[in-house]
Design a protein around this ligand. Sequence first.
Ligand code: FO1
Length: 323
Amino acid sequence: MSSEKTKDARPVLALSGGVGGAKLALGLARVLSPGALTVVANTGDDFVHLGLHIAPDIDTLTYTLAGIQNRDTGWGRDDETWSFMAALGELGGETWFKLGDRDLAVHVERTRQLREGEPLSAITAGIARSLGIASRILPMTDDPVRTRVMTPDGPMDFQRYFVEAQCAPQVTGFHFAGAADAEPHPEILAALGDPELRAVIICPSNPYISIDPMLALPRLRAALAACAAPVIAISPIIGKQAVKGPTAKMMAELGHAVDAVTVAEHYGDLIDGFVVDTVDASAATRIAVPVMVRPILMRSMSDREQLAAAALEFADRLTAGRA
Ligand code: FO1
């Protein structure tokens, strides 16, 4: 897009879940000066599987920012082979959660380092460095937080709900075990308090299962509420449909209208601006904060870059309007 010379070096903080959020994170990384972007990753989806610590959203962000994500699934690595899964299946092992051969290396190495006492954030930074990523990827916390999905039949561990049950059970709510006592990573709090911070971008991730686990950390939520920089969220809903995943299904099951307005209301006072798709232009009058209306579906790299640049310009306009 723009040449290196014109790229903005002011720091930007993005909050992101997996696939949908990672697309915009990549757009932000590409329009900003190298190193200007810090992405906070949801770790509520993390779990221990086959003895390995799996961190799906960290890995989706890492692979996407490194340009080596699996383009068919959105999660996992490109050029993947599945010999390990096939061999595990022959032994009658658990195959409901697919770990590719190349992806496996990350889980094995992460688990080894965690056992040696390294914090998840340092391990994540090391993996990102090895893959040549200039942006910083920060787990929301180094403490364990686990998302549980409430259903009429009782609580379910997140990945059992999401992958094994393919989001079929009705949801009645969510619980983020450990969140109340978890400390946000100190660099997140430092970034939110930095007077130079240009913007906070809430990526078009699922508000309930990708962004809420972060907002459930009391000190992170308070720091976001107190942040001087504009906080801009991008809608994960276009019309009455989620761009990806179960967001629309969850909204309906929770008794909310399935539209962008519900997402803006969900974030409430935490956001200073909201970006909706052109098909939702008429919703703008029902949203309590300034709204930018533009295409938000990210099919191409240029879509990712243009949406990222537009969200940052929107933030700059809000900052200028405050002066
Ligand atoms: N998602 C699936 O739908 N099926 C899988 O078998 C699967 C395996 C998997 C392995 C590693 C990884 O990092 C992610 C993986 N995901 C899989 C994605 C995933 O767990 C979810 O998309 C996220 O947790 C939701 O953001």
